[in-house]
Write a protein that binds this ligand. Structure first.
Ligand code: SAM
Ligand code: SF4
Length: 359
């Protein structure tokens, strides 16, 4: 299944809960304002219907996320359910409660875990997350590796907080044989208000590591995220959506909220598609699966590269760039050049005029 821009839909990002035991100051806040949050969470029955619909549409991967997904006692059952349709299943977690689930997740066949660890200093970790569970999180990451689960460490780059933790993070990743994923701060949710103060462009981190880079591989799909191999063997991925044509060009997913709504993109501002409301109108399992199939198709039609939202205010020359975007060379003018770098001017404009943009 492809959207209007020719991008395939192969991946569902499923928020299995909206609850969280941390309060990261920059969090997307995808739904925490709901006072009935726990009672409205996706049930196993609904997730089963979702999996059936997804299979019919050729969805091959599920990202289980939240809120904090480990707050759900039935987390391993959810993973097993998605695995039962032959999909690739990964989990994103703050890891504070991961020890309660590891055995079950391994048995369920989980393919990999993204663990958020945004600092290597306990005090900085606490300032960012509002939690004092730094040690527990680190121990749980080590435990996940001991169980043989591949781990990617999510590190949101936050100016004024964690730039100086980058090298120690890389050393830690090397010791436990984990990947590192540097994520640019997205200007959404709570982060939007503090974006100007704490946004640090992706290339600032890469420039910091430049002397240690031995190889840059370009990936097609999964946001076309570049994969960078460092001199100690650690593999680093860069999730840099801000003003990045390549990121949106490689998007393959839509989002499912904890209360069963579909959202074409995190930055999308329209009304979500309310699947529950549609399910109320039908009775049989087959009709329900079909209603979800139709809802996913509709969400797919609504998908738009969010990089185009501010572009609507940009000249045709910039629009053409998006349409003809190709991967850049590793070096240009003697400087590191990763996909998306061509849009630096555009990014600076977004930052300068941030208040005027609606994503
Ligand atoms: N609670 C889990 C966790 O923190 O890993 C899963 C949900 S969390 C919303 C998923 C990922 O999004 C985490 O790695 C988190 O750090 C990241 N994230 C949250 N808000 C963000 C923002 N404004 N910009 C970039 N990444 C963000
Ligand atoms: Fe948001 Fe995850 Fe932090 Fe919770 S742990 S506040 S869901 S980023």
């Amino acid at each position: 299944m492809f959207d209007r821009y020719g991008r395939p839909l192969t991946n569902l990002r499923v928020m299995v809960t909206g609850r969280c035991n941390f309060s990261c100051f920059f969090c997307h806040m995808e739904g925490y304002r709901d006072p009935d949050i726990a009672s409205r969470e996706l049930s196993l029955e609904e997730l089963e219907l979702l999996a059936s619909a997804a299979r019919r549409l050729g969805v091959r991967a599920f990202k289980v996320t939240g809120g904090e997904p480990t707050l759900r006692r039935d987390l391993a059952s959810i993973v097993a359910l998605f695995k039962s349709i032959g999909a690739y299943v990964s989990l994103t977690t703050n890891a504070s409660l991961l020890h309660l689930h590891l055995r079950g997740l391994v048995d369920a066949g989980l393919d990999h875990i993204n663990v958020s660890l945004h600092a290597m200093r306990e005090s900085v970790f606490s300032r960012i997350t509002g939690s004092n569970m730094f040690r527990r999180v680190v121990d749980n990451i080590v435990a996940a590796r001991e169980y043989g689960i591949p781990v990617k460490i999510n590190f949101v780059i936050l100016r004024g907080y964690n730039e100086d933790d980058v090298e120690e993070l890389i050393d830690f990743a090397a010791r436990i044989d984990a990947r590192v994923q540097f994520i640019e701060l997205h200007p959404v949710g709570k982060a939007a208000k503090r974006f100007r103060d704490h946004y640090l462009p992706r290339w600032r981190i890469l420039e910091r590591l430049e002397n240690r880079i031995v190889e840059i591989k370009y990936r097609v799909g999964l946001h076309n995220r570049p994969i960078i191999v460092l001199d100690n063997g650690v593999v680093v991925e860069v999730v840099g959506p801000v003003g990045n044509y390549f990121f949106c060009a490689g998007c393959t997913r839509i989002r499912v909220t904890y209360d069963f709504k579909l959202i074409p993109c995190l930055n999308w501002k329209g009304e979500p598609i309310d699947v529950r409301e549609r399910l109320r109108r039908v009775r049989s399992v087959e009709e329900k699966v079909e209603a979800i199939v139709d809802s996913i198709r509709e969400a797919n039609r609504l998908r738009e590269p969010y990089v185009l939202y501010p572009l609507k205010a940009l000249p045709a020359r910039e629009m053409r760039k998006w349409k003809t975007a190709r991967l850049g060379l590793p070096k240009r003018d003697g400087r590191l050049c990763i996909p998306g770098e061509r849009s630096r001017e555009h990014i600076e404009r977004i930052i300068a005029e941030w208040g005027d943009y609606a994503y």
